[in-house]
Design a protein around this ligand. Structure first.
Ligand code: SF4
Length: 305
């Protein structure tokens, strides 16, 4: 008997649930006007983007502000947040902002601002062009260093300066810890080199969101407990990549898909237990569609042999 089950710990994180709910509320309240916009894709999932666009949500960039000036437009800021310059630009153009920034990201921005105000060199473990990092960079007027690896950190961070390390909320913790340890090691080397207690200070703030890191152990268990895993996420999803790697490490027969038409029947042929999981931006309704699709495939003779 073939089972096709959905990982009960997968699906939207509470930050995404909140953002989508805010968008739904705005769309319901302004159905006739069709004046609800979102800055950048509301989440990194093409299926959910399409569902909300069908309800009237329009994706824009800041470059659209002049066109929308004083038209009664409502612009949603998504969970990733925005730099302060976006709020200023909206105000200048008479555009109403509906702020759906995830509170975890708001907290990160506040902590970064606090250290930067105190003269710290700010280092962010993250992706330079990721929307959340763009917001954080804006908070410190782009006066920070963004690194993705230990090598980049060692090559670019001057540990003779007082320094604080943060993380983009959706990065992986093992790499964050390696970067932290490498920078700590550099401080120790500096002390030996200068033969004196240098005045540097180093703080490492683990700002990886528990909604991502908390899922890793459960996902590894779920992946190991199934013969094959279909990991459903948008390709632009940062935590999708992190969580896919976790599942793949636990079960090499893990396949990344964005939609059902990418499923190769050979992946599931002869398998007894098929698991479906996803990122924090993967909607439950789409994982259920994948489940129904796979059950349909399993019902065909071709796959069951
Ligand atoms: S993963 Fe965490 S930080 Fe990102 S939207 Fe979800 S709750 Fe917020």
């Amino acid at each position: 008997m073939v089972t096709v089950s959905i990982d009960r710990f997968s699906g939207f994180c509470w930050g995404v649930v909140r953002t989508v709910q805010i968008a739904e509320d705005q769309l319901a309240a302004t159905r006739a006007q069709r004046n609800v916009y979102v800055l950048g894709h509301i989440i990194h999932n093409p299926k959910e983007i399409q569902r909300l666009e069908d309800k009237g949500l329009t994706t824009i960039t800041v470059n659209d502000f002049p066109r929308l000036a004083n038209t009664g437009a409502k612009v949603i800021i998504r969970a990733h947040g925005e730099p302060p310059s976006t709020y200023r630009a909206a105000w200048e153009h008479g555009i109403e902002i509906v702020d759906a920034t995830c509170p975890v990201v708001t907290k990160l921005q506040e902590r970064v601002r606090k250290f930067w105000d105190q003269g710290y060199q700010v280092v962010i473990f993250g992706k330079y062009d990721h929307a959340e990092v763009l917001g954080v960079r804006g908070v410190v007027h782009d006066q920070c260093i963004v690194v993705k690896s230990v090598d980049e950190a060692l090559a670019t961070v001057d540990m003779a300066k007082k320094t604080v390390l943060f993380s983009q909320t959706t990065m992986d913790r093992p790499t964050f810890l390696l970067i932290r340890d490498a920078l700590k090691g550099r401080v120790a080397e500096l002390i030996v080199d200068t033969m004196e207690e240098i005045a540097t200070e180093f703080h490492a703030k683990d700002t990886i969101c528990g909604q991502v890191s908390g899922r890793e152990a459960q996902l590894a268990k779920f992946a190991a407990g199934n013969d094959v895993i279909l990991f459903v996420a948008g390709r632009a999803s940062s935590n999708g990549k992190v969580l896919f790697d976790v599942a793949h490490a636990s079960n090499p027969r893990t396949y990344f898909i964005e939609s059902t038409d990418e499923i190769d029947p050979a992946w599931i042929r002869g398998m007894q237990h098929i698991g479906i999981s996803g990122a924090t931006s993967t909607p439950q309704w789409y994982m259920e569609e994948v489940q129904a699709f796979v059950e349909g495939l399993c019902a065909t003779e071709d796959v069951n042999v």
